[in-house]
Design a binder for this molecule. Structure first.
Ligand code: ARG
Length: 454
């Protein structure tokens, strides 16, 4: 009786559940069916399995697909369970499906096949997020806001410039994911256990049928390599880190009343009735831990594994899936929160000058008029030391001290006064990539082109 034979193959006694990855393999159920189909078609084309048997196996696979993962018989993993289900439907001839392959190349092919889809989905989410950030930025090129270093008021900037800084980081995250995708998308199928097969298989054909771009050439590397998971998870963790900074900025802005989150993205307190908290963004920040844990877990699982296949590998994929699932949601929530938030323009403009944030602009103005920058810096610093909010009078007094003459010997009073205004301070900084509205317009069009190319 076949079923007795099949059940015996799934050994383990009390460790059966421990050995089995069947439940977690639901993620690669569809991938395994695709890999099975490609392999069977190739075996038939190569005359390794006859057409009738191949047809029966393919029909059984359709039937198994219709029944779904939940209907699979018991097994060590999805590969074994599907083979068992094929044999149940086709009889012993169904067992020809596993000619010239091993679960080792099979599972590697399944993970790559499924991961491709996950990476593409994540990429779509990131590209969509970038689109949203650029759209919001386009509306806020003139919305002046405070800019910080060390969380201290530094120089006025704009909401658009701040948003573009994250869009550009997300563009690099996109690049890293695309780069990883190229190496995910290589077929290990046909490597068999690790050492090839005597059958006259056509590896290029299965790769083509499965949409892979090329082969993992060496049969041992094909079965053993999981670095494609590492780089995908690393790119995901890097993306999560970008998002965590965005989230942290918004949490800080919200604490100062510099942004008003839409109710959809805010949370309240069960006791303090007045509270509106940025919990969604704190969770985005927190989920960075899921992604970095995934990377750490994966690297630890893989470290020091000997060639070729070892069962530890059964624990590798989940780290990548967990990281990707967690971070995909983070992208949507973080960018949704930013895109729906209200930026209180008057409050931001007022705050943009706090802490004498226009100081650098005044020093730049003097340096443009020929004063050595270090001397200009000293002059403005001396005015700042004497007053929290120096105006022309204080700066002029500092000029008498440092330069021995009035500021107006270098720059007309109106220009100094203009430089003290946050909006003017922003407008002055029109260097490429700077926050002046025209500079941001140009950056926006470059970013929009780059986005279209991705
Ligand atoms: N389920 C396993 C995995 O996910 C594949 C099984 C290979 N098993 C083996 N004993 N060679 O890695």
């Amino acid at each position: 009786d076949d079923s007795v034979v099949r059940r015996d193959r799934f050994s383990g006694g009390p460790a059966r559940d421990f050995l089995s990855s069947l439940a977690a393999d639901e993620r690669i159920f569809a991938a395994d069916l695709a890999v099975d189909r490609a392999h069977v078609v190739m075996l038939a084309e190569q005359g390794i399995v006859d057409g009738d048997d191949a047809g029966a196996i393919l029909a059984a696979l359709d039937d198994i697909e219709d029944d779904g993962h939940g209907a699979l018989p018991d097994g060590e993993d999805v590969h074994e369970a599907i083979e068992t289900a094929v044999i149940e439907r086709v009889g012993p001839e169904g067992g020809r499906m596993h000619t010239a392959r091993s679960r080792n190349d099979e599972v590697a092919a399944c993970i790559r096949y499924r991961l491709r889809e996950d990476v593409l989905d994540l990429l779509e989410t990131v590209v969509d997020a970038r689109e949203q950030l650029l759209a919001v930025a386009a509306e806020h090129t003139e919305t002046v806001m405070p800019g910080y270093t060390h969380l201290q008021p530094a120089q006025p900037t704009t909401v658009a410039h701040w948003l573009c800084s994250y869009e550009e980081a997300l563009a690099r995250d996109t690049g890293r994911l695309l780069d990883a995708y190229g190496r995910v998308n290589q077929s290990p199928l046909g490597g068999a256990a690790f050492a090839g097969t005597p059958f006259d298989i056509d590896r290029e054909r299965t790769a083509e049928l499965l949409g892979f771009d090329g082969l993992v050439e060496n049969a041992t590397d094909a079965a053993a390599a999981r670095d494609f998971l590492v780089e995908t998870t690393a790119a995901t963790a890097t993306l999560a880190t970008t998002l965590s900074s965005l989230a942290e900025d918004v949490v800080v802005f919200a604490s100062k009343g510099h942004v008003d989150l839409a109710d959809d993205y805010a949370s309240t307190s069960s006791i303090m009735p007045q509270k509106k908290n940025p919990d969604t963004l704190e969770l985005v920040r927190g989920r960075t831990g899921d992604a970095t844990a995934g990377l750490e877990g994966l690297l630890t699982t893989l470290k020091g594994l000997p060639r070729a296949y070892n069962r530890d590998l059964q624990r590798a994929g989940r780290h990548a899936w967990d990281a990707i699932d967690s971070v995909s949601e983070s992208v949507e929530v973080a960018v949704g929160a930013v895109a729906t938030a209200d930026w209180p323009e008057a409050v931001l403009a007022e705050a943009a000058g706090d802490g004498f944030a226009t100081a650098t602009g005044v020093a730049d103005l003097l340096a443009q008029a020929g004063v050595p920058f270090r001397t200009a810096h000293e002059l403005v610093a001396s005015a700042a030391a004497d007053s929290d909010d120096p105006g022309f009078a204080e700066l002029d007094a500092a000029s008498e001290d440092v330069l021995g003459e009035s500021l107006t010997a270098y720059v007309p009073r109106e220009e100094v006064e203009a430089a003290l205004s946050p909006a003017e301070s922003v407008a002055m900084r029109d260097s490429r990539g700077g926050p002046a509205p025209e500079a941001v317009e140009q950056s926006l069009s470059r970013a929009t082109e780059a986005l279209a190319a991705d």
